[in-house]
Design a protein around this ligand. Structure first.
Ligand code: ADP
Ligand code: MG
Length: 725
C-alpha cells in the first residue's frame, strides 16, 4: 500500500463496478424463498409421520422430553430433506463462552462393503455430539483431564442448511455441556432462564384468570454495523486483529452534517444487504428493516421479533452472514462496538417482552392503560427487576469494546435506569399516592397535516439516551453491544424478572388467600413497588452530567468500565437468584465472570501490542522518512540562501512529535510487560495504566498523521475508509 494513489487504486469498489449486476439470484418470490432452507414446522409436518410430528411438536411447545424412539425417525427425515438439498455434512452448531459460534462438521457418508457409500444419520447422532471441550473457555468449570463435553440438539430452534461455495451443510442448533452437566455455553442458561420466567409468570396469569400454561420471552435485536472497502481493511492490522482502528486522525467531515441517518443507501451496500437478507430469509430468519445509521458507513439491520431462544440463534446467524457475504462485494463488515473514534459506535438494541402461549404480549397496555392492571403488574415487576439487578444487567453487557460506548460520552450511559415515558410515569405516580384517574391518555397524535392519517400514539414515547426504555409494548435494552451474543443480556433480564415475578406472585397469592379482593391487593402491591423502586425511573437526558450526580443521589450504580462492572455478577443476591431459579449454579456463574474478565485482559493486551507494532513498523518509519526529507530540505534551502521559515518550522514540529511518539511507544511497551498476581489486578492495570498510555500514544500518532504528507502515509485514513462507498 503506501501512496494515496495506490491505496485508492486498491479499493475494491472498482471491482464492484465491474461485477455489478452479476450477483443477483434468479428472481423468485421472497415469500417462496422464506424458510426454504430451514427444517421448520412445515418441513417437519410434510416429512414426519403424524404421530412423530405430534410428539416433536409437544417437545417444542411444552419442553417435554423427546422420546429416543422418535429421534431416529426425525433424524432420518431431516437427513433425507438435507440430502435432497445437496447436503453432504451435518454439524452441531453451538455457542461456547467465546462469544462466537462453534461447529465441527461430520459427513453423512458411510462406506458399504461393495465399495459404494450411503448417507446415514441416526437419532443418537442427531441428539448428541461429542466435541472435545478442552479448547473452549470454561472459566475453570472443567479441567483438561475431563475434557469431554457434549452438544445436545435444541429441538426448539429449527435446523437449517448452510450453503457455501462447494457444498451444503446441515446445521443443528445445539447446547454445549460438560460431562458433569455444567453449562459450557450461552444457550443452556438462556433456555433455563426462559423456563424460570415462565413458571413465575404463569402464577400471576392464573391470578388474573388465565389458563395459560407457558410464557415465553420474545426478543428482536437490532444490529448496527460498519462496512468499509475490504482492501482498506486488509491494510489495517488493527482492524484485522482488534476489530477497531487504534490510530487514525478524525477526518474534516465526520457525522456533524447529520446527512447519513436514514439517507439513501449506496448501491454497493444495498446490493450487499439484499444478498444478506436473501440468505437469511431462506434460513427462516425474519429480517425486516434496513437503513443507514448515524455515523458514515454505518448501517442497521433489524428482524421481526421471535421466541428469544430462536431469536438468539438467528441473531448469531445474522452476524455470521453479514461477515461472510461482505467480501463478495469487496467489503468488510465491522461488528466492533467502536471501530472508529470520533463517530458513533455500534450497539445492539435488544427488544424484549413476554408472551403467553396464545400470543398475548404481557407488556401490551391495551386501550386504556390505566385499567389494564395486569399490564401494570408485569410492568412494575420489570421496574423491580431492573432496580434490584442493575449490577447484573450492567455486567451482562460488559466488555472492553462496549466500554468505549457506555463509559464514554455516547450511546446509553453506564448507569442503568428505566425510561417509562410521561404517561406511564404519571400513572405509577398516581398509584403510589393512592390516586386514580390519569389524564394523559395515549390517544391520537395530530400530525397537523390534513393529508396525513392520524397516527396512534404509543404509550411510551421516544428517548434515545436511556439504556432501558419502554417503547409502547416492550422494553428495549439499548446498552447491549454490537459484537456480543444476546443470550447473556436476555438471561440477565429473565432471571431478574423471574425473581421479581416470584416476589409479586407470592405477595398477591397470599393476599388473595387471606380473602382480599385481587384488585385491592394489586393496588397495595403496586403502590409499594413504586415507592421502593421508582428511583430507577429516569425520563431525562442520560448523557448529561447532572444525571450522574442525580443517579448517585438516588443510590444507583455507576460502573463505567468492565473491571468495575464484572464483580456485580458475583454479588450474593445475583448468585442466589441464579441458583433459586436453577439457571446457573455458583460454579457456572463464576465461570462466566472469569471468561469475561479474561477476555477483557486479552483484548486490551492485543490492542496494546498492535499499537506498538503499528507505531514502530508503520508510523515511525514513515514519519522518520519525512523528517529526513524535511532536514534535507532545510539544508538545501539554506545552501541556496533562500528564506525557509516553513521548512524549519515543520521540521521542528515534526521532530518534537516524533520524540514524544517514541517515548510514549516505549512507555506502552513497558506497561504491556507488567505481570500481575491475579486476573482482577491485571484488569485494573489494563484500565488504569495501559488504556491511558494507549490513548496518549494515539494522540501523538494522530497529530503526526495530520502533519504528514498524504501520499506516504502508510495506513488508509479515516477519510478514505469512511467515505469511499
Ligand atoms: P423501533 O423503531 O422503536 O426500534 P420497531 O417497531 O421497529 O421499534 O421494533 C424494533 C424491534 O423490536 C424489532 O426487531 C421488533 O420486531 C421488536 N419488537 C417488537 N415487538 C416486540 C416484542 N413484543 N418483543 C420483542 N421484540 C419486539
Ligand atoms: Mg430501536
Amino acid at each position: 500500500m503506501g501512496s494515496v494513489a495506490s491505496r485508492l487504486a486498491a479499493a475494491s469498489i472498482r471491482d464492484w463496478d465491474i461485477h455489478r449486476g452479476t450477483a443477483a439470484d434468479a428472481p423468485s418470490k421472497a415469500t417462496e424463498r422464506f424458510g426454504s432452507l430451514a427444517f421448520n414446522d412445515s418441513a417437519q409436518k410434510a416429512r414426519l409421520p403424524k404421530e412423530v410430528y405430534k410428539a416433536l411438536r409437544r417437545t417444542i411447545a411444552n419442553g417435554d422430553r423427546l422420546e429416543p424412539s422418535i429421534a431416529d425417525t426425525v433424524a432420518t427425515a431431516m437427513k433425507d430433506w438435507a440430502v435432497e438439498h445437496g447436503a453432504t455434512h451435518y454439524t452441531h452448531w453451538f455457542q461456547p463462552l467465546t462469544g462466537i459460534t462453534a461447529e465441527k462438521h461430520d459427513s453423512f457418508l458411510v462406506p458399504t462393503p461393495d465399495g459404494k457409500a450411503i448417507a446415514e444419520f441416526n437419532g443418537r447422532e442427531l441428539i448428541q455430539g461429542e466435541p472435545d471441550a478442552s479448547s473452549f473457555p470454561s472459566g475453570g468449570t472443567r479441567s483438561t483431564f475431563e475434557a469431554r463435553g457434549y452438544t445436545a440438539w435444541d429441538p426448539t430452534s429449527p435446523p437449517w442448511l448452510l450453503k457455501s461455495t462447494n457444498g451444503v451443510t446441515l446445521v443443528i442448533p445445539s447446547a454445549f455441556l460438560s460431562w458433569t452437566g455444567d453449562a459450557l455455553d450461552k444457550k443452556t442458561p438462556l433456555l433455563r432462564s426462559m423456563e424460570a420466567l415462565s413458571a413465575q409468570a404463569v402464577r400471576i396469569l392464573r391470578l388474573f384468570g388465565s389458563d395459560a400454561r407457558r410464557v415465553i420471552t420474545t426478543c428482536g435485536a437490532e444490529q448496527e454495523y460498519f462496512l468499509i472497502d475490504r482492501n482498506f481493511y486488509f491494510s489495517r492490522p488493527d482492524l484485522i486483529n482488534a476489530g477497531r482502528s487504534l490510530f487514525g486522525a478524525r477526518p474534516p467531515k465526520g457525522q456533524e452534517m447529520e446527512d447519513q441517518y436514514f439517507g439513501s443507501i449506496p448501491e454497493r451496500v444495498l446490493a450487499f444487504m439484499m444478498e444478506v437478507e436473501n440468505e437469511l430469509y431462506r434460513c427462516g430468519v425474519p429480517v425486516k428493516t434496513r437503513h443507514n445509521e448515524v455515523a458514515p458507513s454505518q448501517y442497521e439491520v433489524a428482524p421481526i421479533f421471535e421466541n428469544a431462544n430462536v431469536a438468539t440463534d438467528h441473531q448469531m446467524m445474522t452476524m455470521e452472514t453479514l461477515k461472510r457475504v461482505a467480501p463478495k462485494y469487496g467489503l468488510a463488515c465491522l461488528l466492533h462496538e467502536k471501530p472508529f473514534a470520533g463517530v458513533n459506535g455500534s450497539g445492539k438494541h435488544v427488544n424484549w417482552s413476554m408472551s403467553d402461549e396464545y400470543g398475548n404480549n404481557l407488556l401490551n397496555p391495551g386501550e386504556t392503560p390505566h385499567d389494564n392492571i395486569q399490564f401494570l403488574v408485569f410492568c412494575a415487576a420489570v421496574l423491580r427487576a431492573v432496580d434490584k439487578f442493575q449490577g447484573l444487567l450492567r455486567a451482562s453487557i460488559a466488555s472492553a469494546g462496549n466500554d468505549h460506548r457506555l463509559g464514554a460520552n455516547e450511546a446509553p450511559p453506564a448507569i442503568i435506569s428505566v425510561f417509562l415515558g410521561e404517561m406511564l410515569t404519571d400513572i405509577f405516580e398516581q398509584i403510589e399516592q393512592g390516586g386514580a384517574k390519569s389524564t394523559k391518555k395515549g390517544g391520537v397524535l395530530d400530525t397537523g397535516v390534513s393529508v396525513l392519517p392520524m397516527l396512534p400514539r404509543d404509550a411510551g414515547d421516544r428517548n434515545r439516551t436511556s439504556p432501558f426504555a419502554f417503547t409502547g409494548n416492550k422494553f428495549e435494552f439499548r446498552a447491549v453491544s454490537a459484537n456480543q451474543n444476546v443470550a447473556l443480556p436476555n438471561v440477565a433480564l429473565n432471571v431478574a424478572v423471574a425473581d421479581a415475578l416470584d416476589h409479586v406472585a407470592t405477595d398477591l397469592e397470599r393476599a388473595v388467600a387471606s380473602g382480599k379482593a385481587l384488585e385491592d391487593a394489586v393496588r397495595a402491591l403496586l403502590a409499594r413497588l413504586v415507592k421502593e423502586h421508582k428511583r430507577i425511573i429516569f425520563n431525562g437526558n442520560g448523557y448529561s452530567a447532572e444525571w450522574k450526580v442525580e443517579a448517585k443521589r438516588r443510590g444507583l450504580l455507576n460502573r463505567p468500565d468492565t473491571p468495575s462492572a464484572l464483580p456485580e455478577l458475583l454479588k450474593n443476591e445475583v448468585l442466589e437468584a441464579f441458583e433459586r431459579h436453577r439457571v446457573l449454579n455458583a460454579r457456572e456463574l463464576r465461570a462466566r465472570y472469569e471468561v469475561m474478565l479474561e477476555a477483557y485482559n486479552k483484548t486490551i493486551n492485543v490492542e496494546g501490542q498492535l499499537m506498538v507494532l503499528l507505531a514502530t513498523r508503520y508510523i515511525l518509519p514513515a514519519a522518520l522518512a519525512y523528517q529526513t526529507a524535511l532536514a534535507q530540505n532545510v539544508t538545501a534551502v539554506k545552501a541556496a540562501r533562500a528564506s525557509n521559515g516553513a521548512g524549519k518550522k515543520t521540521l521542528m514540529a515534526m521532530s518534537k512529535l516524533l520524540d514524544a511518539f517514541r517515548k510514549r511507544t516505549d512507555a506502552l511497551q513497558a506497561a504491556l510487560e507488567h505481570s500481575s498476581r491475579s486476573a482482577e489486578e491485571h484488569a485494573n492495570h489494563c484500565r488504569d495504566v495501559i488504556l491511558p498510555l494507549m490513548n496518549a500514544l494515539r494522540d501523538v500518532g494522530d497529530a503526526i498523521e495530520v502533519q504528514s504528507p498524504s501520499d506516504t502515509w502508510p495506513l488508509p485514513t479515516y477519510r478514505e475508509m469512511l467515505f469511499i462507498k
